[in-house]
Design a protein around this ligand. Structure first.
Ligand code: BDP
Length: 694
C-alpha cells in the first residue's frame, strides 16, 4: 500500500452491499463511442468489476436492472427517456436517476455531452465506493465554475517550484516518445473530481516551451489527457518574442510583437487544436511584463487575448504582482494596479487572484480585489502545494481554509455578496468563470509526498465543481474512498482532518500573524529574520513586533490597506475591539497588555494559542494511533511518522516564536505551559541549506 491508487482504489466492497449492488446493476447499456465516452465506459466496467468482484455484462436491451449510460445523441435509449433534467445541465452536468420504463426498473447516468457522461460515471462509482444507497437515485449535478484547472509550477528541467513531492511528473526529456503510464492515471484522477484543465508549466515561465521541440511534447500530453476531458494550457513568458522570436522588443502595443504572438498561437493550435490558452505572471518578482514598456496589465493581457480569441482560447492573467522597489505595504499592490483596469480587459481574459492579498499564508483575510472588479471575471487561485503550510510534512486539510475564503462577504452588492458568488460569476452575471489550484503533485509514488496531500487535491476538485459542498462532506467522501467506510474510521480521520488547519494556524501564525517562516525556503519559524534584498520578504516587516506590541497597522493610521475593502467590511475590521481575532494582528498593532475577548491579554493569548496548536497535534497523533488495526501497516506508519515530525515541528514553532516575541513583551510564559527546551539563540542558529525551495 503506497498510496499510488489515490481515491480510485475500487477494491471489493463489503459482501452485503455487494450483493445489493449486484442485483441493482444486472447489465450495462452503453452506446456512446466517442473517445471520452469510451474512457467513461472503461472506467465504469473496471470500477464495477473491482468493487463487485465480477464483470458486469453489456446489454443492448432495456431489461430489468440495467444501468443505462449516455447522452441523447450517443444513445437512442437515453434519448427515448426524454429526461427533463437534462435541459438545465449544460455540457458537463449529469443526471443520476432511477426510473421505470415498460415496467422495468432502470438506473440511468445521462448527460447532454461526453464530458457529462464521464463525470456522471465517476460520481456513480463514488456512490458505490462510499456505500451509498442507489435504489432511488434522483441526483442532478452541474459544475458551478467553468475552468477547473491545476497549475503546475513545473520547470523543463523537472524541478518543481515549491514542489515537495519529488520531481515533475512531466518527463520532458523522454517525451514525446515515452508516455509514462502515470500521465493516464493523472488524467483519471483529475477527471474523477471534475478537473478539466491543466497548466503544464511554471508561472515563472521559460519561453522554450513555445518552441517546436517542446510543442511536440505538449501535444503528446494533450493527446493523453483529451479522452479524460482535460485541456492543456501553458504559461507564456512575456519576453518570448525577444527570447525565441528574435524581436527587439516585447512591447504589447508594437504591431510586430502582436503579430508574433498571433503566429505563435496559431502554431500552438496546430499542435493542440483544443489548447485552453495562456497563464501569465507578469511584472512580479522579476518576471517581464507590459510595465517594462510603460504599458499596463490590460495592454499585456489583451494582446494575448486577441491572439487566442480566434481559436476559442482564454488568458488567465495573474494579479499576484508587486513592484521591485520596496513599497509601503505589499498587500496593497495588486488592488492598486488592477482596480483601475476594471472594464479594460477583453472578454476572454480572467484575472487570476490568490485567495489572500499576501501569499498563501496559513490564514489571510480574503483578497480585496474580490468584489472590487465587477466588470472583470476573477479566477480564484489556491495553493495545494503547502509552501507555507508545513510543506509535505504536515497534515493540513485545506478545505476549511478554502471555505473560509469563499464564505467571506465582500459586501460588494450588499450583504451576502460572498467571494463564492464573485468567483462563480453569479454576483455580476459573468459566464466565463474559473478556479486554479497550484498543484501539489510530483513523481513521488504517492503523488503528493504526504498521503493527506491527496485530500487537498481531491477537495480542490470537488469544491471547483461545487463550492457549496462542505469540508466535512468532502472529507467523508475522500476517507471512504481512500481508507475505509467504517463509521469509526470515518469519524476519527475526519476529526483529524477538520481540526488540522486551525491547529496549524495556532502553532505557526495565530491571531493574524503572517509570513514569519524561514527566509526563502519558508520552512520552520524565523520571526527574527531581518536580512533580505527587500524588506517585504522579511518576517520582521510583517509582524512589526516592538516593545509596545505586535502586528501590522493597516488601518487609516497605518498603511490603510483596509481602505481597499468595502466600507462595511472595513467597519468590521477597523476597530481592534470588534475585529475578528483571526485577523487581529493582520490589521492592527496591538499592545502586549491589551485584553482580548478571552479576557487574556495579547501576550497571554499568544501563549495560549501556540500551546493550543501543539495540544491539537497531540490529539491528532493519539487519534491516529487508535486506527492501527483499521489501516494497512504501510499507510498507517507513513502518517504516524509524519505526525511525529509535525508534532516536533509544532513544538519548535511554539517555542521559537514565543521566545522571540518575549524579547518584546518582556513577560513570562505562564507557568501552566511547558517552557521552551532550548534558548532563542539555539533556534536562531538553525540553518536548512537544503530545505526544498532554497
Ligand atoms: C510565491 C512563491 C514563489 C512563486 C510565487 C508566485 O514563493 O515561488 O513564484 O508565489 O505565485 O508563493 O508567482
Amino acid at each position: 500500500e503506497d498510496g499510488y491508487r489515490l481515491w480510485l482504489r475500487f477494491d471489493p466492497i463489503e459482501a452485503g452491499l455487494r450483493t445489493r449492488y449486484t442485483q441493482q446493476i444486472k447489465g450495462i447499456h452503453f452506446a456512446g463511442n466517442s473517445a471520452v465516452q469510451q474512457t467513461a465506459k472503461t472506467e465504469l466496467l473496471q470500477g464495477l468489476q473491482g468493487m463487485l468482484g465480477k464483470a458486469v455484462g453489456e446489454t443492448k436491451n432495456m431489461a430489468e436492472g440495467v444501468l443505462v449510460v449516455g447522452s441523447p445523441q450517443s444513445s437512442e435509449l437515453v434519448a427515448s427517456l426524454q429526461l427533463p433534467q437534462l435541459k438545465t445541465l449544460g455540457k458537463e452536468g449529469f443526471v443520476l436517476t432511477t426510473t421505470t420504463r415498460q415496467g422495468r426498473r432502470l438506473t440511468v447516468i445521462a448527460a447532454n455531452d461526453d464530458a457529462g457522461v464521464l463525470y456522471g460515471v465517476f460520481h456513480f462509482l463514488r456512490l458505490l465506493q462510499t456505500g451509498q444507497d442507489i435504489d432511488k437515485l434522483d441526483l442532478v449535478s452541474a459544475p458551478r465554475l467553468q475552468r477547473r484547472v491545476l497549475n503546475h509550477w513545473d520547470n523543463l528541467d523537472r524541478t518543481v517550484e515549491r514542489g515537495y513531492a519529488g520531481f515533475s511528473i512531466w518527463d520532458w526529456h523522454r517525451l514525446p516518445g515515452y508516455l509514462d503510464p502515470r500521465y493516464k492515471d493523472y488524467a483519471r484522477a483529475n477527471a474523477s473530481i471534475g478537473i478539466n484543465g491543466t497548466v503544464l508549466t511554471n508561472v515563472n515561465a521559460n519561453a522554450m516551451i513555445l518552441t517546436p521541440m517542446y510543442l511536440e511534447k505538449v501535444r503528446a500530453l494533450a493527446d493523453v489527457f483529451r479522452p479524460y476531458g482535460i485541456r492543456v494550457y501553458l504559461t507564456a513568458r512575456f519576453s518570448a518574442p525577444v527570447e525565441i522570436g528574435g524581436l527587439k522588443t516585447a512591447d504589447p502595443l508594437d504591431p510586430q510583437v502582436q503579430q508574433w504572438w498571433k503566429d505563435k498561437t496559431k502554431e500552438v493550435y496546430q499542435y493542440v487544436p483544443d489548447f485552453g490558452g495562456f497563464l501569465v505572471k507578469a511584472n512580479s518578482e522579476g518576471q517581464p511584463g507590459p510595465q517594462n514598456y510603460g504599458r499596463n496589465h490590460a495592454d499585456g493581457a489583451n494582446m494575448l487575448a486577441d491572439a487566442v480569441a480566434p481559436f476559442g482560447g482564454i488568458v488567465m492573467w495573474r494579479a499576484f504582482v508587486y513592484s521591485n522597489e520596496t513599497p509601503e505595504d505589499r498587500v496593497k499592490q495588486a488592488y492598486t494596479d488592477f482596480k483601475p483596469l476594471d472594464g479594460k480587459f477583453r472578454p476572454n481574459v480572467l484575472v487570476q487572484v490568490k485567495n489572500g492579498p499576501l501569499d498563501f499564508q496559513p490564514r489571510e483575510p480574503f483578497h480585496p480585489l474580490f468584489g472590487a472588479m465587477p466588470q472583470t471575471p476573477l479566477m480564484m487561485e489556491y495553493q495545494l502545494t503547502q509552501e507555507y503550510l508545513g510543506q509535505a510534512t504536515h497534515l493540513v486539510y485545506e478545505a476549511p481554509l478554502f471555505k473560509e475564503i469563499q464564505n467571506a462577504d465582500t459586501w460588494a452588492k450588499g450583504k451576502g455578496s460572498t467571494v463564492a458568488k464573485v468567483m462563480d460569476g453569479s454576483l455580476e452575471g459573468h459566464t466565463l468563470t474559473g478556479i486554479a489550484g497550484v498543484a501539489n503533485i510530483g513523481n513521488d509514488r504517492n503523488w503528493t509526498g504526504h498521503l493527506f496531500g491527496q485530500a487537498n487535491w481531491y477537495a480542490f476538485g470537488r469544491l471547483a465543481w461545487d463550492h457549496t459542498l462542505t469540508s466535512s462532506g468532502i472529507a467523508t467522501e475522500w476517507i471512504g474512498q481512500t481508507f475505509s467506510t467504517k463509521p469509526a474510521v470515518l469519524a476519527t480521520v475526519r476529526n483529524i482532518m477538520l481540526q488540522s488547519h486551525e491547529a496549524m494556524v495556532n502553532y505557526m501564525t495565530p491571531l493574524g500573524l503572517a509570513h514569519i517562516m524561514g527566509y526563502g525556503h519558508h520552512y520552520g519559524p524565523a520571526p527574527w529574520w531581518d536580512k533580505a534584498p527587500r524588506q517585504d520578504w522579511l518576517p520582521v516587516y510583517f509582524h512589526k513586533a516592538d516593545n509596545m506590541g505586535l502586528g501590522f497597522n493597516r488601518t487609516a493610521t497605518g498603511s490603510n490597506a483596509l481602505e481597499q475593502y468595502h466600507p462595511e467590511v472595513r467597519r468590521q475590521w477597523e476597530n481592534p475591539a470588534t475585529c475578528d481575532e483571526r485577523y487581529l494582528l493582520w490589521f492592527h498593532h496591538v499592545g502586549w497588555k491589551q485584553p482580548l475577548r478571552s479576557g487574556r491579554n495579547l501576550w497571554e493569548e499568544l501563549c495560549f494559542k501556540y500551546n493550543e496548536g501543539v495540544d491539537s497535534l497531540h490529539g491528532m497523533q493519539s487519534q491516529w494511533a487508535g486506527l492501527q488495526k483499521e489501516i494497512d501497516p504501510d499507510r498507517f506508519a507513513h502518517v504516524q511518522m509524519l505526525l511525529g515530525v509535525q508534532e516536533q515541528e509544532a513544538t519548535w514553532w511554539r517555542d521559537a516564536c514565543l521566545l522571540y516575541f518575549q524579547t518584546f513583551s518582556k513577560m513570562p510564559i505562564p507557568a501552566r505551559y511547558p517552557q521552551p527546551a532550548k534558548t532563542l539563540d539555539y533556534y536562531k542558529s538553525l540553518r536548512f541549506p537544503y530545505a526544498p525551495g532554497n
